[in-house]
Design a protein around this ligand. Sequence first.
Ligand SMILES: C[S@@+](CC[C@H](N)C(=O)[O-])C[C@H]1O[C@@H](n2cnc3c(N)ncnc32)[C@H](O)[C@@H]1O
Length: 198
Amino acid sequence: MKLHIGSGPVELFGWINVDNVPYDGVAVLSDVRNGLPFTNVDFIFAEHFIEHLTLADGLQFLKECRRALARAGVLRLSTPNLDWVWLTHYKPPSEMTPEEELFGCLEINRAFHGWGHQFLYNLHTLTRALQTAGFATVQSKAYGESDIDELRDLEKHERHRDLPGAPSVLVIEATGHRESDGEFEQILQPYLRDAVTH
Ligand SMILES: C[S@@+](CC[C@H](N)C(=O)[O-])C[C@H]1O[C@@H](n2cnc3c(N)ncnc32)[C@H](O)[C@@H]1O
């Protein structure tokens, strides 16, 4: 069984397309913050989805993916890369023209808050979150590339010119099982508390 989470209008054939909006092709209309009604899943794919969840909901979603996957199941995620966002949208003020200051301000705020974005990850934080959710192995992948036939050529979302060492989009595959030591969740506590909206 193959789940495509946050599928939006992108219907993948042979996959169960899941979204909380009834786009054409959505087979399971569900807010996945309430859990995934599946077990023994072979593959989960979620493109440009996790950044639409708060940090707390994102971590819970990753745990739920680990629970729903079969032992050898694989999760493939793609999400905007925070490193790329700040490197391309902002510079020290002394190096910016007034025009760059204006557009830097507008664009970096849009990257964080536009399109319903809740939280942007860099590779280290996404990896720590996946490990905390119980995945033993987290591997970076190039857009569209995979050693696994079912996970190749899946990404459809627009992307931007990558920087050396900072692709515009993080693509990872996570698999295996590990116990969480809880350290990462302890580090997150004040940030989860302060993320509550007022
Ligand atoms: C930016 S779109 C990505 C659509 C598609 N994956 C793509 O790459 O073009 C994010 C999708 O996640 C869905 N979504 C956001 N929060 C959700 C939730 N809590 N449960 C299920 N779907 C959700 C939205 O409805 C939207 O279709």
